[in-house]
Ligand binder design. Structure first.
Ligand code: PLP
Length: 479
């Protein structure tokens, strides 16, 4: 006899094996699949997703999920998914997700998850050491970089401004991710309390402009309290001058937050010293293992050097949670962020590090650097294309320069090209703006991407650009 929401053990096993078979098949066939397939709403409305009083066969529903529902999605771990920031993931991370759901662990309190919380502590400590942060550093895993950034800014505000945030000002470069703008909004700051500082031609915050803005604001009676540094901008992979920013922030009592959602995973690479000098001067750091530490989404974490600030900022102990109180070293992660009920997200990173070892991660990250450098070389020698932003942290940006087009027409051509290649499905690519011009960008952090993937993508882009130019000419001449 099974209860209303139960399956017999043999059905559970059979369904589980089928799901795993489908996942492995998905991994095996990725390169031959489209990198993205997007249906229109009129198409998705035709999916038979209706609710029924009686249940359906799990096999039938599983097949529908895989063949119809998931089909309409981007394959973030596809070797030719180059758009935005890919999420290459890894299979061990998939298994960890399954285990975490299967055991349904609540990782909010030590009482309920001493084992998984120990894993979270160890993973945070592992990364703390890579950053040369002190032992009093604390942190927690969250869903993504956006939440980590907001949590960090809440801690910075708590530490530097106390109850009165009316005069506080936060600084970041104009290349900073929009999650900072959103965090500022959500934390109740006015928009003018976030000052965007110009960046140089490589996308790094202009230090002279920052110092000028700080002096102006202080003179006007405002309270500068936080600077956000980028450890890899989303646009072009730029890393701000961490050492110099540390010096400025220490001398003016400012909290220096590092947004390393995209780039900080590369601290594990052989280029750590060259790229991340000064990282130890940050007060807090966001890292997204679901990007360049090869985890499935959602997996991010935050480190805060003055760990007690993070706890004092978030900790609330109502009557119904008095029983969870324990020794301080037995960490209640619910005291360090916004979530009470939370998954043990550190487990997948720990499990993949256990199975593959740290060296495999280093190799996989170094491969991304090499691939982007190779892409820069080959695109710069490819006739109608021009590199705009060379390889930085696995990202290159480039533009199609053939044809007699006005600036706006050329910008539009690039937007049309993105739409065309994504509809085509061979690769997924996104655009951005470099010094006022629309450019295409490739983010090459997937260790399964081969040179031939890159070559096929550039060939297809070139062919599509030529077709679009021809169509444009035909339309102009009224054919
Ligand atoms: C630099 C940077 N910061 C923050 C974020 C936001 O991270 P998430 O999408 O995990 O919320 C991103 C996402 O791409 C990013 O590139």
């Amino acid at each position: 006899m099974t209860g209303p929401l139960e399956l017999a053990p043999e059905e559970m096993r059979s369904l589980g094996y089928k799901a795993i078979d489908a996942i492995v098949e998905h991994y095996q066939s990725l390169r031959d699949q489209p990198a993205v397939k997007t249906f229109s709403r009129s198409e998705t409305k035709k999916l038979d997703l209706d609710f029924r009083k009686e249940g359906r066969s799990p096999d039938e529903v599983l097949a529908q999920v895989i063949e119809e529902i998931f089909d309409g999605s981007a394959r973030l771990n596809h070797p030719r998914f180059f758009a935005f920031i890919p999420s290459p993931g890894n299979y061990i991370s998939v298994i960890a997700d399954l285990l975490v759901s299967g055991f349904n662990v609540f990782a909010g309190t030590w009482l309920a998850s001493s084992g998984p919380s120990e894993v979270e502590l160890r993973v945070l400590d592992w990364f703390r050491k890579l950053c040369d942060f002190p032992e009093e550093t604390r942190g927690l895993f969250v869903s993504g970089g956006s939440v980590a950034n907001m949590t960090a800014l809440a801690a910075a505000r708590f530490d530097k401004l106390g109850e009165d945030q009316s005069r506080g000002v936060i600084y970041s470069s104009d290349q900073t991710h929009s999650s900072i703008d959103r965090a500022v909004r959500m934390l109740g700051f006015r928009r003018d309390q976030l000052r965007k500082i110009a960046s140089d031609s490589q996308g790094r915050l202009d230090l002279a402009a920052l110092e000028l803005a700080l002096a102006e604001d202080t003179k006007a009676g405002r309270r500068p309290f936080c600077v956000v540094a980028n450890l890899g901008t989303t646009n072009f992979g730029a890393i701000d001058a961490l050492e110099a920013l540390g010096t400025i922030c220490r001398s003016q009592d400012l909290w220096l937050h590092g947004d390393g959602a995209f780039g900080a995973g590369a601290i594990l690479s052989s280029r750590k010293n060259e790229l991340f000098a000064g990282v130890e001067g940050l007060d807090s750091l966001t890292v997204d293992p679901h990007k360049w530490l090869f985890q499935t989404i959602e997996c991010a974490f935050l480190l805060v050097k003055k760990g007690s600030v993070l706890r004092d900022c978030f900790r609330i102990r109502p009557d119904y949670l008095k029983d969870v109180e324990r020794a301080d070293e037995e960490r209640n992660f619910c005291d360090y962020g916004i979530q009470l009920t939370r998954r043990p997200r550190a487990l997948k990173l720990w499990l993949s590090l256990q199975v593959f070892g740290e060296d495999a991660f280093r190799e996989a990250i170094d491969y991304g650097f090499a691939l982007a450098e190779r892409a820069e070389q080959s695109i710069s020698s490819l006739e109608p294309w021009e590199i705009k932003s060379g390889a930085q942290l696995g990202i290159v940006a480039f533009r199609y320069v053939e044809g007699d087009l006005e600036d706006e027409e050329r910008n539009q051509l690039h937007l049309d090209l993105v739409r065309a290649i994504n509809e085509d499905g061979l690769a997924m690519i996104s655009s951005t703006v470099f010094l006022g011009e629309t450019v295409l960008r490739l983010c090459l952090i997937n260790p399964s991407t081969q040179i031939s993937d890159l070559e096929r993508t550039m060939e297809r882009l070139t062919a599509l650009a030529r077709e679009l130019l021809e169509e444009g000419k035909a339309a102009k001449s009224g054919d």
